[in-house]
Design a protein around this ligand. Structure first.
Ligand SMILES: *[C@@H]1O[C@H](CO)[C@@H](O)[C@H](O)[C@H]1NC(C)=O
Ligand SMILES: *[C@@H]1O[C@H](CO)[C@@H](O)[C@H](O)[C@H]1NC(C)=O
Ligand SMILES: *[C@@H]1O[C@H](CO)[C@@H](O)[C@H](O)[C@H]1NC(C)=O
Ligand SMILES: *[C@@H]1O[C@H](CO)[C@@H](O)[C@H](O)[C@H]1NC(C)=O
Ligand SMILES: *[C@@H]1O[C@H](CO)[C@@H](O)[C@H](O)[C@H]1NC(C)=O
Ligand SMILES: *[C@@H]1O[C@H](CO)[C@@H](O)[C@H](O)[C@H]1NC(C)=O
Ligand SMILES: *[C@@H]1O[C@H](CO)[C@@H](O)[C@H](O)[C@H]1NC(C)=O
Ligand SMILES: *[C@@H]1O[C@H](CO)[C@@H](O)[C@H](O)[C@H]1NC(C)=O
Ligand SMILES: *[C@@H]1O[C@H](CO)[C@@H](O)[C@H](O)[C@H]1NC(C)=O
Ligand SMILES: *[C@@H]1O[C@H](CO)[C@@H](O)[C@H](O)[C@H]1NC(C)=O
Ligand SMILES: *[C@@H]1O[C@H](CO)[C@@H](O)[C@H](O)[C@H]1NC(C)=O
Length: 864
């Protein structure tokens, strides 16, 4: 079985970084091929174009087996040009997928010779030049993905002749020109059209509304002008419509009709109109008639004014509402409380006024509420205390008054910013209940009373900003050790600076200026190696200024306005400490001003930017289409009578497996477990799902079935994205259907299921079945079974918890439920009696359900 075109193959191979899974070709050839298909399937191959029939065993098998038909060399480090040879020699290719490499140069026109091509991806390379005109010859193309390259110029008119296209992705290039006016009659089957991040000009053709199969349309980040077609709602199947960052227009006179039209799209999930400054006028009230399936509504950074329609509560499916940086005014409608699935609300930099409705407390999934820099007034509603999923609350720079409601301290959020309002009253001592609090920013209010000692118990608090308030009393003796920034400037604090501050090793910035602090500067502050900013100015500190650490750094230290200090480095020109006089030398203080306000503004900006990025990523995740991935390169000999079985193929998988084998991640060979050498629970779930998908494929979807025979962590390879591939088919067996569950047969699928069960237990307990602790009748199976269900925490691999940042009871329950299910599944797959073991087809379904349920809960809670 010779490779047809060795020179071509070498050409490709020479630029590969690593050829992994090569051991596989030493084994049984047939098994190998199928195995690689299994690997492909476990790699997320789940959305083939409808022209491919996956329900037959191996869709490729039914094709005439004449020559190389599928070539996928994905996520490698191929460099140089796309080889012209592909176009000359591989005329029967149906699938050509070279995405995620480092290919440069132009797309060769000779690719047009691949007249059978139905799937073509060169996405994520660095290709330049124009899209060749000859591409129009590829009449069978159903997927064309050229996104994320550096292609330029106008797409050839012939592109619009590819009438079989179901997906066209040319996003993230610098393509220009305008969309053809008759685009609506060109692509009767188009489902996904991604044109975003290019330089298209002109209008959105009205005929686009005739692409009635379209589900996802992303035209964002172009320079499109004019009105959105008012008939766009004819695309009944539309789910995602993203038009953001264009020069489209609408005002109270004309241009908003499309919103009413969209109410016909009963499956609409995403509508992003943000960053279109020429969208002005009132927000059309018909927006509340959009489908209740709508999850994402973005109108940020538009010129829209007027109030949010009071019937916004109709959009019950809404999860994301972005209306920041717009001229939206009026009050936040009470009906917002009906949007029970809302997780993120962005209303900052708006003209919203009035009180925050107390109905907000009904949004039990709300994670982020960001409404800073508006004109909100009145109290912070105590009902916020019901928002158990709240992660970040940003209400700074409004006109809120009253005290900080006690209820707020029952939550477990990470970011609380109420700065620059008119809040008064004390900071409640219950603040220590906020065990996940990372940032507490209350600057610029009229809060008073003592800073509660209990604040030291907020163990993960990193940034504490209480400056510019009326706090009095002394600085809490013991602050938590995670602090990096502490700002207590401009208050009425007295007493001395606690020595314990000198043991907060990670402290980077300390601002205590403009208080009535007295006593000495603690010498321990010299030991804070991370400290790069210290402002102690305008207090009554006295005694010797230390000379080491931060005190050597004249530029970033301010001690001015403390008349009784002495010593220190000469630049301060303080009197030496052994003299009595402490009255001289103040002149240099003008060099030592620190722009507190600037630092603060920068921090705020950083948070906002972080959130924006986070938001953007999330949105892209929702909208993005991940093309099917098949990792195969195989070659067949001509055959007299092609049969629909898979025995006549050879396969090679070339994929860089930078993360090595699963074994390495479960059993660290040297050093301490860290975030970087261990796996989170979610990663373990994903990996086991991949493995089980592959095994299910081998057993039940291959004809004849394949038994792996050697399933263990060292045979599982992890790709760059930590997805798993089953490797090493060195001792695999092909069996006949009758042998599959055969009594007395030495190899059956039951054996693989046993290995799988043990592997599951190993993955989640971190214990190898050959661990020294397993002796006599105690083995990994029994050890795990005995722990069900109450002692699950005792057997779970503790390195997983390195990746978990929250430990509230809700999170614990979710983790516990997941572990109990997964260990029970492992136990049921590894029973002594083969016939008692769970069937792989059932196990795989259960594993999917366990993983999906965990991921869903986990994302809802910790937002990652
Ligand atoms: C796939 O092929 C099988 C067998 O040829 C056939 O029964 C089935 O209807 C096909 N499915 C689709 C969706 O075409
Ligand atoms: C592409 O090449 C550059 C340098 O030549 C390298 O830094 C980068 O990692 C490569 N990308 C991939 C996907 O291998
Ligand atoms: C990819 O190849 C380039 C040179 O062609 C090399 O500089 C780079 O390190 C490679 N990337 C990886 C991830 O190996
Ligand atoms: C098609 O391939 C032949 C070689 O087989 C080559 O001569 C010709 O130039 C190719 N066609 C195009 C359009 O490149
Ligand atoms: C993309 O092409 C433009 C010119 O068309 C060039 O200026 C730019 O450097 C290229 N970018 C990359 C990443 O190659
Ligand atoms: C597009 O197809 C039509 C009819 O099939 C043909 O007449 C026309 O020349 C084609 N255009 C291009 C640019 O290939
Ligand atoms: C949409 O298609 C219909 C026929 O299906 C046609 O009458 C109409 O002109 C088309 N609309 C546009 C704007 O091209
Ligand atoms: C908003 O749109 C303008 C023009 O389309 C663009 O220059 C700018 O980068 C966009 N801003 C964001 C945040 O995307
Ligand atoms: C809210 O979210 C849940 C879970 O995602 C979903 O089942 C439910 O249908 C959603 N509610 C509405 C009204 O869309
Ligand atoms: C600073 O650190 C040194 C050594 O780590 C220690 O001996 C000394 O006591 C510390 N100084 C203060 C004032 O804590
Ligand atoms: C002094 O502060 C600046 C920022 O204001 C910082 O970039 C710099 O690293 C600091 N210098 C030292 C020596 O810590």
């Amino acid at each position: 079985m010779a490779l047809r075109s060795p020179s071509f193959l070498l050409l490709l191979l020479s630029s590969l970084v690593t050829v992994s899974a090569l051991s596989a070709i030493e084994g049984d050839e047939e098994a190998t091929l199928l195995a690689f298909k299994a690997a492909a399937i476990s790699n997320g191959y789940n959305d083939p174009p409808t022209s491919w029939n996956r329900s037959t065993t191996g869709w490729y098998c039914s094709w005439e087996g004449v020559s190389l038909m599928i070539m996928v060399i994905r996520s490698n480090n191929l460099s140089g040009n796309v080889p012209l040879e592909i176009g000359h020699n591989l005329k029967h290719l149906k699938v050509l997928n070279l995405h995620h490499n480092n290919l440069t140069g132009q797309i060769p026109a000779s690719l047009a010779n691949l007249s059978s091509l139905s799937y073509f991806s060169l996405a994520f390379n660095q290709l330049e030049g124009t899209i060749p005109t000859s591409i129009g010859i590829l009449k069978d193309l159903s997927v064309l993905d050229l996104g994320f390259n550096n292609l330029s110029g106008e797409p050839p008119i012939s592109l619009y002749n590819l009438s079989s296209l179901e997906m066209l992705q040319i996003q993230w290039n610098t393509l220009s020109g305008s969309l053809p006016t008759d685009i609506g009659s060109r692509f009767p089957s188009m489902r996904i059209l991604f044109i975003y991040k290019n330089q298209f000009t002109g209008i959105i053709p009205a005929s686009l509304s005739n692409l009635t199969s379209l589900q996802e349309l992303d035209l964002s980040h172009n320079m499109l002008k004019g009105h959105v077609p008012s008939t766009i709602g004819r695309i009944r199947a539309l789910q995602n419509l993203c038009l953001s960052c264009n020069m489209l227009e609408a005002d109270d006179g004309k241009g908003w009709e499309f919103i009413a039209s969209l109410s016909n799209c009963s499956q609409l999930k995403l509508l992003d109109l943000s960053n279109i400054t020429a969208f002005t006028g009132h927000l059309p009230s018909s927006i509340v008639n959009l489908s209740t399936t709508l999850q994402f509504l973005g109108i940020s950074a538009t010129g829209i004014w007027g109030s949010i329609p009071s019937a916004i509560g109709n959009l019950v499916g809404l999860e994301f509402l972005g209306a920041n940086d717009a001229s939206i005014s009026g009050v936040i409608p009470d009906s917002i409380g009906k949007l029970g699935n809302l997780t993120e609300i962005y209303l900052y930099n708006s003209n919203l006024s009035g009180q925050i409705p107390s109905s907000i407390g009904n949004l039990s999934k709300l994670a982020i509420l960001s409404a800073f820099s508006s004109n909100l007034e009145g109290p912070v509603p105590p009902t916020i205390g019901k928002l158990k999923s709240l992660f970040a609350l940003f209400l700074s720079s409004n006109h809120l008054n009253g005290s900080i409601p006690r209820e707020i301290f029952q939550l477990s959020f990470s970011y609380l910013d109420l700065s620059y309002n008119s809040l008064s009253g004390p900071l409640h001592s219950q603040v220590d209940s906020l065990q996940n609090l990372n940032q507490l920013i209350l600057s610029g209010n009229q809060l008073s009373g003592e800073i509660p000692e209990s604040i030291g118990k907020c163990t993960v608090l990193q940034d504490l900003w209480l400056d510019d308030n009326l706090f009095n009393g002394s600085i809490p003796q013991y602050l938590n050790k995670a602090l990096t920034t502490l700002n207590l400037s401009v208050n009425e604090l007295s007493g001395s600076i606690p020595d314990a501050i000198g043991s907060i090793n990670g402290l980077e910035q300390l601002y205590l200026a403009h208080n009535n602090l007295s006593g000495p500067i603690p010498a321990a502050l010299q030991n804070l190696t991370a400290l790069w900013m210290l402002d102690l100015s305008f207090n009554n500190l006295q005694g010797e200024v230390p000379e080491e650490g931060i005190f050597r750094n004249f530029a970033n230290l301010t001690i001015t306005g403390n008349n009784k200090l002495c010593g220190g480095i000469p630049q301060f020109h303080l009197v030496p400490c052994n003299t009595d006089s402490v009255k001289k030398n103040r002149g240099k203080s003008k060099y030592l001003k620190i722009a507190l306000a600037t630092t603060f503004a920068l921090l705020l900006l950083a948070i906002v930017i972080a959130l924006l990025i986070y938001r953007k990523q999330r949105r892209k995740q929702k909208g993005a289409f991940e093309p099917p991935m098949v990792d195969m390169l195989y070659q067949t000999e001509p055959m007299d009578s092609p049969k629909p079985i898979c025995l006549d193929f050879k396969a090679l998988v070339f994929e860089f497996m930078p993360n090595g084998s699963l074994n390495r991640w479960l059993h660290i060979e040297s050093g301490m477990p860290t975030l970087n050498n261990t796996l989170s629970l979610a990663q373990r779930l994903n990996i086991t799902v991949d493995i089980m998908d592959a095994l299910d494929y081998l057993h039940n979807h291959c004809q004849p079935p394949i038994i792996h025979c050697d399933l263990k962590p060292s045979n599982i390879l992890l790709a760059e994205d930590m997805s798993a591939r089953v490797g090493d088919f060195g001792i695999s067996r092909i069996i006949s259907e009758s042998e599959k569950y055969g009594e007395g047969s030495p190899v059956t699928t039951f054996g693989d299921v046993y290995s799988l069960g043990i592997l599951l237990l190993e993955v989640f307990t971190g214990r190898s079945p050959t661990d020294d602790m397993f002796r006599g009748s105690m083995d990994l199976h029994k050890f795990s079974e005995d722990a069900l269900p109450d002692k699950i925490w005792e057997i779970a691999d503790t390195t997983m918890w390195l990746h978990t940042s929250t430990y509230d009871s809700n999170t614990r329950n979710i983790i516990e439920k997941c572990l109990v299910h997964v260990i029970a599944l492992g136990v049921s797959c590894s029973r002594k009696q083969p016939r008692e073991r769970t069937l792989i087809q059932d196990a795989v379904n259960e594993m999917h359900a366990i993983r999906d349920s965990y991921i869903k809960c986990a994302t809802g809670m910790i937002l990652q």
